[in-house]
Design a binder for this molecule. Structure first.
Ligand code: NAD
Ligand code: DAU
Length: 336
């Protein structure tokens, strides 16, 4: 099988490409990434010399480039490429609409033109909006109610993808996953940001009360779920993917402090994120019943492994926080 994977130098895309090539020795991947602040070729170092992997530096909105890559008739396009950080979407919504929605459109158009046998759109539980503490978990039929420019731009892409299936018969599948953690995650998201801060004895900024709940899944489990959908999922379908591990942000901070032997006094409550969703929870019975996928990695052990990974990759962290990403990083996190 030949795959065209976008967003391959980011957190989930790089784990997916590396893991997929190791799992399937007769598959090859062309991977496309614009190398924004979040894209990092170090994330792909294990596969950069692999003859079954070819990296292309480019933008999913670049029609001639996308046309050229898709004209080579890959068996599947998997679209991870996105602006992915909610806080940034509050400051720069246009970038999100442009990459997440127009970028997805550009890829869908090329898939339609060249009759590509499969298109997997990687989406998020955030498209469903927010739950109260007692609401049942999101199913694939939950009404979309995005709260941030990020989640709205992803919801628009999901709807467009499903419309291509209905209108043009483009064989589209959509996956919606909960919060990922693991190696290669940019230290702007809560878990790697807090690990980095604890490594440097800096405060942990908790938005609002810290009672907001996220469902955590290890990135390797997410990658395996995408493979299950790729190989056996049905076209025109949406599949929820979750870790079955709901945690308040304060609990996550407490866990990190405990495992890293730091002081609880480092917790610092700061003003809340505008439009902050209270709780996400995923009903994954569809992917379990149809594809027999369940997450394998327990949050407690996955978190310990993730802390170890960041401790063993301080150069990776330093290159981001001290190197070429310095201006961006300082603006967002330097004074916290
Ligand atoms: P990330 O920010 O780490 O990586 C995104 C990658 O996309 C980067 O390498 C970046 O360079 C690339 N990119 C951005 N704009 C591009 C463009 N115009 N053209 C080509 N490449 C471009 O994000 P992530 O956390 O790895 O998320 C990957 C996908 O998974 C996203 O679509 C996101 O919405 C989705 N998702 C993420 C999570 C999560 O918890 N991180 C959960 C569910 C779904
Ligand atoms: O749910 C899936 C989504 O998870 C993905 O679609 C997004 O791409 C990904 O960024 C993530 O979104 P969140 O907004 O949930 O992730 P983030 O790590 O930014 O925040 C997680 C929670 O922690 C959220 O309730 C806000 C809170 N938070 C975050 C940061 C960065 C803090 O309290 N302090 C912080 O400094």
């Amino acid at each position: 099988m030949e795959l065209l994977v976008t967003g391959s130098a980011g957190f989930i895309g790089s784990n997916y490409v590396t893991r997929h090539l190791a799992k399937f020795n007769n598959h090859s991947i062309v991977s496309l990434d614009q190398l924004t602040y979040a894209g990092n070729l170090e994330n792909l170092k294990v596969v950069m010399n692999n003859p079954r992997h070819h990296f292309v530096n480019g933008d999913i909105r670049d029609k001639p480039l996308v046309d050229n890559l898709v004209s080579k008739n890959p068996d599947v396009i998997i679209n991870f490429a996105a602006e992915s950080h909610v806080d940034r979407s509050i400051d720069y919504p246009e970038k999100f609409l442009s990459t997440n929605t127009i970028g997805a459109y550009t890829l869908l158009e090329a898939a339609r033109k060249y009759d590509i046998p499969q298109f997997v759109q990687i989406s998020t539980d955030e498209v469903y909006g927010s739950l109260s503490t007692t609401d049942p978990a999101f199913t694939e039929n939950t009404t979309l109610s995005p709260s941030s420019p990020y989640s709205a731009s992803k919801a628009a892409a999901d709807l467009l993808a499903i419309s291509y299936y209905k209108t043009y018969n483009t064989p589209v599948k959509v996956t919606r996953c909960s919060n990922n953690y693991g190696p290669n995650q940019f230290p702007e998201k809560i878990i790697p940001l807090f690990i980095n801060n604890l490594l440097n004895n800096k405060p942990l900024p908790i938005y609002g009360t810290g009672e907001n709940v996220r469902d955590w899944i290890h990135v390797y489990d997410h990658c395996d779920a995408i493979d299950a959908v790729l190989l056996n999922g049905r076209s025109g379908q949406i599949y929820n993917i979750g870790g079955g591990t709901e945690k308040q942000n304060l609990e996550v901070a407490d866990n990190l402090i405990k495992v890293m032997g730091s002081s609880p006094s480092l917790i610092k409550f700061i003003s809340d994120r505008p439009g902050h969703d209270l709780r996400y929870a995923m009903d994954c019975s569809k992917i379990y019943n149809e594809l027999k996928w369940t997450p394998k990695i327990k949050f407690e052990s996955g978190l310990i492994d993730t802390i170890e990974w960041y401790k063993n990759n301080v150069t990776w962290l330093k290159n981001i926080t001290n190197g070429s990403y310095r201006n961006y990083y300082d603006k967002m996190y330097g004074d916290r």
